[in-house]
Design a protein around this ligand. Structure first.
Ligand code: NI
Length: 139
């Protein structure tokens, strides 16, 4: 069992009121739960600054599949980076639009580069990278 430590936090009353309102809306039962998640998120973001940290990113792309060559380009990119791309899921959103979720694992530097290549592909309407980490370093 990990040791649990308690600590006190001093804060402006109005700031705390806003925080309580926000975390209640988000579904947290206690401030401790919310603070733990915020701290973890802060640390994950920090790990992403380390270019050799092993990270996992999910890239969500929305694009129009009628756009010439776009399907091909996205597919070619995924084959090019097959070592890092763990899996991909394709959803046909409607008659025209496709959504693709691509899971990429590797150094934070590589994952960022691959995701930027995918998101910046001409014709991609919206793309976003969501990051997490494995807690390991690759070198
Ligand atoms: Ni589709």
């Amino acid at each position: 069992m990990p040791t649990v430590e308690r600590f006190g936090v001093s804060m402006d009353a109005s700031l705390l009121k806003s925080f309580d309102g926000r975390i209640k809306k988000a579904g947290y039962r206690t401030r401790s739960e919310a603070v733990r998640d915020i701290v973890r998120n802060y640390l994950v973001e920090d790990e992403w600054q380390d270019e050799e940290a092993e990270v996992v990113g999910t890239v969500t792309l929305v694009y129009n599949h009628h756009q010439r060559e776009l399907d091909h380009t996205l597919n070619d990119l995924q084959h090019k980076y097959h070592d890092a791309i763990t899996c991909a899921t394709h959803v046909h959103l409607d008659e025209h639009n496709c959504l693709e979720v691509i899971v990429i694992r590797g150094s934070s530097k590589n994952v960022r580069t691959i995701s930027e290549r995918l998101i910046s592909t001409r014709g991609v309407k919206h793309g976003k990278l969501v990051c997490t980490t494995t807690g390991r370093r690759l070198s």
